[in-house]
Design a protein around this ligand. Sequence first.
Ligand code: GLC
Ligand code: GLC
Length: 813
Amino acid sequence: MEQQKRYGHFDDQHREYVITDPQTPWPWINYLGNEDFFSLISNTAGGYSFYKDAKFRRITRYRYNNVPMDNGGRYFYVKDGDTVWNPGWKPCKTPLDFYECRHGMSYTRITGRKNGVEASVLFFVPLKKWCEVQKLTLTNNSSETKQLKLFSFEEWCLWNAATDMENFQRNFSTGEVEIEGSTIYHKTEYRERRNHYAFYHVNAEIQGFDTDRETFVGLYNEFADPQVVMEGKPRNSHAHGWSPIASHYIEVTLQPGEQKDFVFLLGYIENEQDEKFEAPQVINKKKAHALIAELDTTAKVDKAFAELCEYWDALLNIYKVRTGNDKLDRMVNIWNQYQCMVTFNFSRSASFFESGVGRGMGFRDSNQDLVGFVHQIPPRARQRIIDIASTQFPDGGCYHQYQPLTKRGNNDIGGGFNDDPCWLIFGTVAYIKETGDFSILDEMVPFDNQPGSEVTLFEHLKVSMDHVIKNLGPHMLPLIGRADWNDCLNLNCFSWDPNESFQTTENVSEGTKAESLMIAGLFVVTGKDYVALCKKIGNDAEAARMQQAVDAMTDAVKKHGWDGEWYLRAYDFYGNKIGSNECDEAKIFIESQGWCTMAEIGAEDGMVAKSLDSCKKYLECEHGMVLNNPAFTKYIYEYGEISSYPEGYKENAGIFCHNNPWVIIGECLAGRGNDAWSHYAKILPSYVEEKYQTLHKVEPYVNCQMVAGKDAFKPGEGKNSWLTGTAAWMWYTVSEFILGIKPDYDGIRIDPCLPETATDYTVQRRFRDADYEITIHPNGQQKGVKQIVLDGSPIEGNVIPYSAGKHMVEVTM
Ligand code: GLC
Ligand code: GLC
C-alpha cells in the first residue's frame, strides 16, 4: 500500500479532531446546532445553515457537487496590503503560514496565519438560540502596525432549497434585503406569505457593505477573487432580485501585539402574522434586535460558548469508559456518542452526501437512531417515539418517511416497507429500559395524524407486531413488501424505465411470494422484546399470543430459511431463493446472518455458529464485512436497485457499515469475543484513521455509511459519512454487548463479550437517578459473569438492581 499521508489527529483532552492540512482528501465536516438552528461546516468553512428543515427553511445557499468541491460557505477575506487570504485557506487558497481546524462538540474553530496576522474564527450555535455565532479574533503578531481590510461573506438561499436551485424564472426577481447599521437583513418573500427573515450582523461599526452578488463577486470573477475584495473597496450595493448576499466591510488597525474580536451573527427570526411590518415594506426587527443584544460582546459570546461546552460535558458524562486503549476510549466517550446525537438531529437529511432536499425523517432510521441517544436526552427520545408512531397507519403499516417541520407522513415515498413496524418496538423498548417510564405505553397516539384516531402507544406496538403476522408468505415467512431494511432489494418492483426511482416505482405485491429472512430475524428479536414487555406490564395473554408467533417464525426460519452454511436472504416474487449457494451471484447476504444470529435461531442445531463462520469466510475483508458476496455483475430485473450498483458499492457488496454490528452482536451473544472485537475494530474510525486517511478519504472521526467492498475498484474508500444508522448500531454494540452494560427494566444487566486480551476496565454509568462505577475484571474470559459485588456485597445473577444514589460495582468474569 502507498505510504499514507496524515491530515490531522485526535485531541482527546479537548474532544477535538485537529486538521492541520486544509487539503483533506474530501471536505471533513462538522455540525453546529442542537435543536432548531443547524449548520454544516467543513474544515475550510464551507457549508450552510438552516432552520429545522434543510429543504424548506434553508438560510444560506450551497451548491452540491460543485467545481471546485465545497465552494460556498461563510468566508472572511483579510486584505493585508496586496495579499488577500482566508483563515480557512479557501476560497482564495493563498498559502498560509499556519492553518488549523479544530472540530469539536458542536463547534469548529478555524485558525489561519499570514504575514504576522492571525485570524481565528470560532463557529457555534448557542443553545436555544436561532443563530450561528462566528467570533473572529484578529491578532497582530508582527512588529509593525497593520491596516487590514476585512470583508465578510454569506450568500442567502431563497428559503426552499429545491426551488432555489431550479426556478430561476422566478428567483432572479424575488430577492430582497434591508440594511440597517451593521446588520444586513434577508427578506425574500417576506412581503407575501413568509413570516420569517434572516440577518447577518457584526458587533462593530462597518465602513461599507454589499448585498448584491454580482456587484461583490463580479460576473466573471469567483469566490476566490471577488472584485470588491480585490479592489479593496465595497460598493454598498443593494440587491433587488438576482442573488442577494451579505458582506460587511470593516477597516481594522492593529498595533503590534494587539488583538480584536468581532462577533458576527447569522440569525433567523419568525414574526407573528399581524406584527410582520414596522412600516409599509419594512420588516419588524424587534426580535432581531433582541437576539443581537444577547450576543453583542465577547463576554456574552464566551458565556454562551461555555454553556454549550457544559451541555456537552453533561451529555458525555452519562457513559464513560476507561479501558486504557485510547482508540477505543475516544470513540466510546466522544465521537461515537457525538455522531449519534448528530444523526438524531439530522436523520438522513443534510450532509455532504445528503443534499437536504431529498429525504425527510425515516421511520426505521429514526427508531434505530434512538438507541444512540436515549441515555442522553430521554425526553426528546420520548417525543420522537410519539412523533414517529403518529405517522403509522391503523393496520400497523407505516409511512416510510415524515417531514420534520410538519411531522406528517411523506406521501411521495409512501409506505409498504414491511420491516418498518418492528422498529417501533425496538425504539420503544430501548426507551423504557433506559428510563423505567412505562407511562409512555399509555400515551394516546393517532394514526396518520388523524384527530379522533388516537389509541394507546401500546396498541401501536401491538398492530406493529400484527402487521408482520398478517403478512406472511407461502413459507410462513414475512412478506417483504416494497423492501425491508435493504431499500435496494426491490423484489416486487420491476423496472426497465431509467426515469423511474426504484424507491417509488409501482410495488406489484399482488400475487407476490417475496419473503424476507431479515424481517423474520427482526421479528423474532423484537417479538421476544415485546413478549417480555407484555409480561412486565402483566398482560400475560398477549405475551402468550406473541410467544406463539415468535416460535412459529423461528420454526419457519429453521425449515425454510437455512441454506446449509448460512441463512437464506429472501424468496423472490416467484418463490425462488435469494442468497443461496444455488445462486450464481450474491450467494450469501449479511442482513439475515445478522438478524437470525441476533435472534439465536437454531443455535442449538449449530446454525448460529455456522452462519457466523460463513460471515468470516465469505463476507469479511480487510475493511469490514461486505453486504453480499459475490457482488452482482449485471442488472437483475427481478431484484431491482441492489443490482444497479457497480460491484462493491453501496448495497451491491459494499461494506454497508450499518449492518456489520448486527453480526458483531450475533458474535457477542454466541460468546465469541475475539471475533466480535476483530469485526468491530475493522470499522472503528479511530483504527481506520491510524491506518489510512488517504484511502478512506472521508472524516476519520466518524463512521460512514459505506466503505467500498472487496469487489470494488478501490476497496476501502469511504462514502456517505456522518448520517447513518451505523452510529447508533456501533454505540449499541460497544456499550451494551462488548463492554456489556445493558439497561434493563429493573436495573443494569452486566454481560460483556470481550477479546481474551482485554484487561480491566471501568465504566461510569449514570442510569436514571443513580451513578454506577462498574469495574470489570475479564481475567482472560471472553464471556460469562462469575460474580458481581455491589457496594461491597455479592449479588445473585448479573442484573444490578436499580436504586438511586452512588454505587460501586465489581464484576469478575
Ligand atoms: C440507507 C437508509 C436506510 C436503509 C439503508 C439500506 O441507509 O437510510 O433506511 O435501511 O440505506 O438500504
Ligand atoms: C438508495 C440508496 C439507499 C437508500 C435509498 C433511500 O436506494 O442506495 O442506501 O437507503 O436510496 O434513499
